[in-house]
Design a protein around this ligand. Sequence first.
Ligand SMILES: *[C@@H]1O[C@H](CO)[C@@H](O)[C@H](O)[C@H]1NC(C)=O
Ligand SMILES: *[C@@H]1O[C@H](CO)[C@@H](O)[C@H](O)[C@H]1NC(C)=O
Ligand SMILES: *[C@@H]1O[C@H](CO)[C@@H](O)[C@H](O)[C@H]1NC(C)=O
Ligand SMILES: [Cu+2]
Length: 416
Amino acid sequence: MRTSWSALLLPSVLAGVRADWTSQIKVVRNGLFPLDLVDQLENTTMSSVEAYMIKKAAAGKNNGCTLENAAVRREWSDLSIAQREEYVAAVTCLMKLPAQAPKDRFPGANSRFDDFVAYHMTHAAELHDTIHLFPAHKQFLYVYEQALRNECNYTGYQPYMNYDRYSQDPIHSAMFNGNSSSMGGNGAPDPAYKGIPQSGRTPNIIKTGGGGGCVTEGPFKDMVVSLGPTSMSPIRGLAIPKNPKADGTGPNPRCLRRDINRNAAMGATADRAYHLITNNKDINGFYNELLGNPAPKNDPYPWGIHTAGHYIHAVDPGADPATSPGDPVFYFHHGALDRLWWIWQMQDPENRLNAVPDFSGGMPGMPGHGGMRKMRRAEDPKTADIDLLWLAPPIKLMEAHDQLGGNKGAFCYVYV
Ligand SMILES: *[C@@H]1O[C@H](CO)[C@@H](O)[C@H](O)[C@H]1NC(C)=O
Ligand SMILES: *[C@@H]1O[C@H](CO)[C@@H](O)[C@H](O)[C@H]1NC(C)=O
Ligand SMILES: *[C@@H]1O[C@H](CO)[C@@H](O)[C@H](O)[C@H]1NC(C)=O
Ligand SMILES: [Cu+2]
């Protein structure tokens, strides 16, 4: 009966759709940043999101999630200074809470923050094959956000990074200027740091931005990095101590190293993100372009947005594809990717919401990830799951495709 009821009701409900979402979602924007191409697309897409939600609610399938009760994940610079400081405090709190990952397996995991690094570094295949990359990171971020809120009393949601806001001058940005409301500063200059090799691309290296050493300013200047590096790390020639365990899971106390890098950031500007969303009708194309595959030609920053976003900040542990969540900026980057995926899905929810790449592949856009290509055959997405083990109970992969009602309604958030 439900079908015929909604079939009767829907046309009239849909006919009544106005730009009503602005009364349901609080939009707060930093006046320093006019809406870029992707922000504008996101804004116009919200009316489709609204129509999608009305339809879903009419079919009784929204699992209690509405635009009105959805959490709002905001861009870092759109948060007030007090909100940024609250976020930073929650992350440093997580770094002080005791680890829950099995101690014998991860003697180097010192905190709840490290629990996430421990999972990521040992389950790279489960997180990064073609069918898992987007949904598994959605769950990974969600569980991290829950830990910040439930265990460290954080009252906000995971912020994301709009690279375009920081790409021209990342070092002086609200993310990386090193003041108390930033995500910490640059690394000190280390002449041994040359950058990140990019085989198969021209240029074939993301040249150093001049850092590479220990972070000396801001909230994470005293952070003790412990896990890693692993054999996947593309960093060579720096005085980073070797981990006592072959797989990098042992205790290896050292500083957080960064290279806040404009050469990387310029590969993730809004024009590129807009092209990514609007020029790919199928998920395979979207996935590949995001990963910079095939390598863009005649582009001074041909990295693909995924690679660009990682190397905006990363040296150690951030540059190592296995331990990248060991720099807290990781979560801003993967939030940004989750947002781009969502905007792409919502251009045509009927066909795109549950679209899954249908080739089995790795992450050719990142050093070390090529090796993942053969690590896991693509399973049937319908039965595949996302099992974060000590981080959260398993969920079905397809439940992590819908951020507005997926996972029995646990996912209920929008990006603004
Ligand atoms: C965003 O969309 C809303 C409603 O659709 C519209 O009223 C508003 O002007 C748009 N904002 C910008 C900055 O384009
Ligand atoms: C969070 O708040 C609760 C209740 O006020 C308090 O008992 C707990 O210690 C707080 N946790 C942290 C990590 O601050
Ligand atoms: C930190 O940087 C932000 C972004 O530039 C700025 O708005 C804020 O006032 C700065 N805070 C301090 C204490 O300097
Ligand atoms: Cu990852």
